[in-house]
Design a protein around this ligand. Structure first.
Ligand SMILES: [Zn+2]
Length: 336
């Protein structure tokens, strides 16, 4: 605690002196209370520039009175300062404290895709569990010895596992494929065909041109992105359906270019919302006997994405163009 006017600095409990918390510092003294109220602030103990404390009756009290002669109340407000190994900051950082206590750990390759800025915490947490493959998919339940049918509840065609649920399940596959048609694009697998398709947008508006330029800037750095499949969400970013979480991590790490940070932000959010929505759908089928069509699930995902991006796209004077929400609209449906 940095002492200013002393109005909010609590005498007993704030760490304002070199002795730390005085409640603990004086705990060994017989006249512990010093006749100072528990909620007293520093300013309440000073009058006309003089500290009004009882006479010192111990070494510790003498030390405090000597220290107080160096404390000068000012017009500035009291404020907290966090000091870690000589570096001070007015903002508390849990990660900095953790690193200080336990040391810098090895950075995992998927941290940027799980702990994303602007992500929805519960979805980030679920994504983290799935990256570690710690969610109770049926293959894991069977390995634990629980009696449960092995079949995936979404498609009823194959054993349920993490990789199946999100990447090879026909329900998820159909969801993306069917919605790609809604985007107004036929699935394309050839770079030239995609470029031709994108160029067709250019005559429609400057926004479309801007869109194309941003796409080219992103795609030109990644060979894998030169082939696009018309998925509703990923179609204009991804070469083909990603077959594992590792592949998605690598893809997001490879995207570069003018709009890359925004595109990666939207992609990461999409990943998490889709994973979360598919897992909820699986749970709804188990526990509520309710099932949704791919179209209904797309609506849920679409709504969640729009809501989140809208909350992240507040206009500012120097707002970069485009906003995340605009970017999402463009690659979801550039005609709308
Ligand atoms: Zn399935």
């Amino acid at each position: 605690m940095r002492v200013g006017n002393g109005l909010t600095c609590r005498f007993w409990t704030d760490n304002w002196s070199s002795f730390g918390c005085l409640e603990q510092y004086f705990s060994q003294d017989s006249n512990f209370s010093l006749r100072i109220p528990a909620a007293a602030t520093l300013s309440s103990l000073q009058r006309d520039g003089n500290w009004r404390l009882p006479h010192a009756r111990s070494e510790r009290q003498l030390n405090l009175q000597a220290y107080l002669t160096t404390v000068q109340l000012t017009e500035e407000e009291d404020h907290y300062v966090w000091e870690i190994e000589g570096t001070t900051s007015t903002r508390y950082s849990t990660s900095a404290i953790y690193s200080c206590l336990y040391g810098e750990g090895e950075v995992v390759p998927w941290d940027q895709i799980v702990w994303i800025a602007g992500g929805i915490p519960k979805q980030s947490f679920l994504c983290w569990l799935f990256v570690l493959n710690r969610c109770p998919t049926r293959d894991r339940l069977l390995r634990w010895g629980l009696q449960t049918p092995p079949t995936c509840l979404l498609c009823n065609l194959a054993p349920e596992s993490r990789d199946h649920l999100f990447f090879s399940c026909t329900y998820a596959w159909e969801l993306w494929l069917s919605q790609s048609r809604r985007s107004g694009l036929d699935p394309q697998r050839i770079w030239d065909a995609v470029i031709t398709q994108l160029q067709a947008f250019s005559s429609r508006s400057w926004r479309a041109m801007n869109y194309i330029m941003s796409q080219l800037a992103i795609f030109s750095f990644n060979v894998a992105l030169r082939l696009l499949l018309g998925f509703a969400f990923y179609g204009r970013y991804m070469a083909s359906p990603q077959t594992s979480l590792v592949a998605i991590v690598q893809l997001c790490q490879q995207i570069q270019g003018l709009q890359a940070p925004s595109a990666v932000a939207v992609l990461n959010l999409l990943n998490q919302v889709i994973i979360y929505s598919l897992w909820r759908e699986q749970n709804a089928r188990i526990f509520k006997s309710l099932s949704s069509t791919q179209e209904a699930l797309f609506g849920v995902v679409d709504c969640a994405i729009r809501d989140r991006l809208l909350s992240l796209s507040r206009p500012t004077v120097s707002a970069p163009s485009p906003t995340l929400l605009e970017l999402y609209f463009w690659f979801l449906s550039p005609y709308s």
